[in-house]
Design a protein. Structure first.
Length: 279
């Protein structure tokens, strides 16, 4: 492999044996190198191929702005996350997570703090991701000597939520978090119950809402005719059915969806389960 462009001492652009442009990173890989030179394979630590519409140039330029130490630390975080949270934590997270970590470290070193919206909603809805992200704060301090604000656990957690549900846009996950909080508030208000947000039934309900969103995004709507069962549920659980109708309207207004009767049925069943668990 030969170098086609040098971005900094650690990041170069090259062409692999199949003729595809790839981004290579490694300490000192680009030091005193120039286009046309052979790649020092022993220095290559990671290879990035373009994906999701990103060009090799863009990936390389992006990585070129992140210190190598931050990239290495991010890889350690991802490895730990895979062990703690599951296999959905993968190398695909490296670029956005390294970018966030590097920026957070720069802010902390400059004594700059920012507020994150929805912090209470994130802590309530994603306790596992928040707990792991709090451990990241401690890890970063041990590795860098810099103590990030405890509130940084919120955006870190959202990155892992993104990975879990296949989202690329962090702002979309934040929007969903806001909507989920509104849905739970509608259940509380309509049914007059106190929800245990750590309970298994609430977790199942939130998981259903997340996958409902994915189905709507992909146009994969549940099939079959459940009208007779929906009528039975409407009669046996009138309050829960009314609550599901309210939530259906909320989701349709917010996302311009058109939820079918099957989705209304599933919402009602989940709400009934949550309601019964608080009785």
């Amino acid at each position: 492999m030969k170098i086609s462009k040098v971005f900094n001492n650690n990041v170069v652009l090259s062409v692999d044996d199949g003729g595809q442009e790839v981004v290579l990173i490694g300490r000192g890989l680009g030091f005193q190198a120039k286009p046309g030179d052979d790649v020092d394979q022993e220095r290559v630590e990671r290879t990035f191929a373009p994906s999701d519409g990103q060009t090799p140039e863009r990936i390389a330029a992006f990585l070129g702005e992140i210190p190598m130490d931050d990239i290495v630390l991010t890889e350690e975080i991802i490895d730990r996350g895979r062990d703690v949270l599951g296999s959905y934590v993968s190398a695909h997270m490296l670029l956005p997570l390294a970018d966030h970590l590097s920026f957070a470290l720069r802010r902390a070193r400059g004594d700059v703090t920012i507020d994150y919206p929805l912090q209470w909603e994130v802590m309530a809805l994603y306790p596992q991701e928040v707990a792991f992200s709090r451990s990241i704060i401690d890890l970063v301090e041990r590795r860098t000597g810099v103590r990030l604000p405890d509130l940084e656990a919120i955006p870190f957690a959202l990155h892992f939520v993104n990975a879990r549900f296949g989202q690329d846009d962090l702002s979309k996950t934040m929007e969903l978090t806001e909507v989920f909080a509104a849905v739970l508030e509608a259940v509380r208000g309509r049914l007059g119950i106190a929800l245990d947000e750590d309970s298994l039934d609430v977790a199942r309900f939130l998981t259903h809402l997340r996958y409902l969103f994915l189905r709507q995004e992909r146009g994969a709507l549940p099939g079959g005719d459940q009208q007779r069962l929906l009528e039975v549920v409407r009669v046996s659980h009138p309050r829960e059915f009314a609550c599901a109708q309210e939530i259906k309207g909320l989701l349709e207004d917010r996302f311009e969806w058109a939820l079918n009767q099957n989705e209304l049925l599933y919402l009602t069943l989940h709400i009934a389960r949550v309601s019964e668990s608080t009785a």
